[in-house]
Design a protein around this ligand. Sequence first.
Ligand SMILES: [Zn+2]
Ligand SMILES: [Zn+2]
Length: 283
Amino acid sequence: MPDYSHLEPLFLTGLADYHVHCNFSIDAEGSIDDYCQAGLRRGLAEMCFTTHYDSNPAGKGADSFIRVDGKNTPATVDNLAPYVDAVAAAHDKYFSQGLAVTLGLEFGWYAGCEEEVQKLQDRYPIEYMMAGIHELDDLCFCCHNRFEACFSRYSVEEAVEKYAGDVCRAAASGLFRTIAHLDYLRKYGCEFYGERLEQLLLERSGDMFAALKDSETTLEINTSAMRKGLDGYFPGMAMANRARRAGVDIRYLGSDAHRPEDVAFDFDAAAALVNSSIVACED
Ligand SMILES: [Zn+2]
Ligand SMILES: [Zn+2]
């Protein structure tokens, strides 16, 4: 078992990290046990695993796999079973040690995905279904080797229009508790398009917030933006403030950790930005 004693404990105990990727995600490292140990060290009360589930049949060059026992298997409803079982086993193991472990999924949103989401919900007790919007017109905009191919097809106005439209559609589906990392276009878009991107996202935010509020879809504060060298989180501070004023519930904290060392990253500062960072859970 790796040792995480070098991780600084957070002095705000009782927080929940609702966005972590263990090695069932092909772009993440560390086992569920590794993350739970890191979470205990950090003083978390709860951790929700949110493995990537990318199944867009039109996805161009997307990595539509779940890693099981070190092998990449296609992202299908059946192939998710070992992950579901492993999270349940971790809950049984760690609950008595003070860490609740929750089953979640980061579903890679695409037009027409509703049936697949419903199949997953019907089959498994997924408590936290999050929509991750990672593509524009089926092209990934958030991988370092793909964003240029995606963004070079669109003006900044078009990119924002498409992204905001997808946020509205995902929220309106009513299938997701949360939209992950709102304003994720900033990850590489700030560099590609310049300052105009953030202005346009703010200008277009009213429609997104109306869709979120009407469907009671919540937002997370995703601290991974800090690790990408951006100012603030996803969403950025101006966007988060507008969301709050518009009555959108910013309820969850997510590190989007892809390695155990990043569990609860920057939560001591970010905790003040969420409405309730402690999520009640049942044994
Ligand atoms: Zn994501
Ligand atoms: Zn994620």
